[in-house]
Design a protein around this ligand. Structure first.
Ligand code: NAP
Length: 260
């Protein structure tokens, strides 16, 4: 399938590793020139070099914290008029809501709700004017099925999803789509570090905990980030203009429901 994406530009946030990296690589494989961000410059440059070597597209790097105003300004200065925006940032820490103070909530809302909203605000009118735009928000399966220890994530991401549900329907007539990609367990650094925390708490070793996690999905495994990148490409493709305000769950069937 020709996705019609060759020559387009994308801003992919939080993309030196994991799911963001997979989206950037998959878009680049379609001929999209990508601007990628992350806080750590070393891993970011290494990923940029890998994407360039694998695809030959132009890869621009912006080192900075995308959840800060300065980080967003730098990303937008490097890529002011992207055809594609992939919103992503690290997830909030797990914990017990009794210990979370206002500052913890504000940090989670900043990272996982307000940062994507401000980036959307910065680019969406340009997309409308050009008659093409694809915005993908990386959220979490917790938007559909809350994870008890990730209350900060459950709350902040649900807020973003609600906002986007409304906005996506206001911009769709201009061939601008906004959708959510909801990861279940994907084998990334984040999954490994969450597993380490859980293993320490339960006295189990990390590998057997990850194996249990894999067995718990109907697919019998955890996801490969490349599968996530491929789904991102499809949502960004020319063919996906009629997919509006949806939340696509990639979790190997773990969320048990007849529909949706
Ligand atoms: P990961 O492997 O830890 O990668 C996170 C990437 O984001 C890294 O490149 C990291 O680089 C960058 N990053 C983190 N915070 C940033 C910030 N404030 N500004 C700029 N870049 C930042 O994580 P992942 O598994 O890909 O997860 C991505 C998102 O999906 C997270 O929000 C996570 O909660 C969510 N999620 C993941 C899973 C899963 O199974 N993997 C499941 C559900 C939800 P630096 O650290 O150098 O900044």
């Amino acid at each position: 399938m020709d996705t019609g994406l060759a020559g387009r530009t994308a801003l992919v946030c939080a993309a030196s590793k994991g799911l963001g990296r997979a989206c950037a690589m998959a878009l680049a494989q379609e001929g999209v020139h990508v601007t990628i961000t992350a806080r750590g410059a070393e891993a970011l440059e290494a990923t940029a070099a890998e994407i360039r070597a694998a695809t030959g597209v132009v890869v621009t790097t912006v080192a900075g914290d995308i959840t800060s105003e300065a980080g967003r300004a730098a990303a937008l200065a490097a890529c002011p008029a992207p055809d594609i925006l992939v919103n992503n940032a690290g997830g909030p820490p797990p914990g017990d809501f009794r210990t979370w103070e206002r500052d913890d909530w504000v940090a989670a809302l900043d990272a996982n709700m307000l940062t994507p909203i401000f980036l959307i605000r910065a680019v969406v009118d340009g997309m409308i004017a050009r008659g093409f735009g694809r915005i993908v928000n990386i959220t979490s399966g917790s938007v559909k099925s809350p994870i008890a220890t990730l209350g900060l994530s459950n709350g902040a991401r649900a807020g973003l999803t609600g906002f986007v549900g409304g906005l996506s329907r206001q911009v769709a007539r201009h061939n601008v789509t906004i959708n959510g990609l909801l990861p279940g367990p994907f084998l990334t650094d984040r999954l490994r570090s969450n597993a380490r925390v859980a293993a320490e708490a339960s006295g189990q070793d990390v590998d057997s905990l990850l194996a249990e996690r894999a067995k718990a999905t109907p697919a019998g495994r955890v996801g490969d980030p490349a599968e996530f990148g491929a789904a991102c490409v499809f949502l960004c493709s020319a063919q996906a203009g009629f997919i509006v305000g949806q939340n696509l769950l990639l979790d190997g069937g773990a969320f048990n429901s007849t529909m949706g």
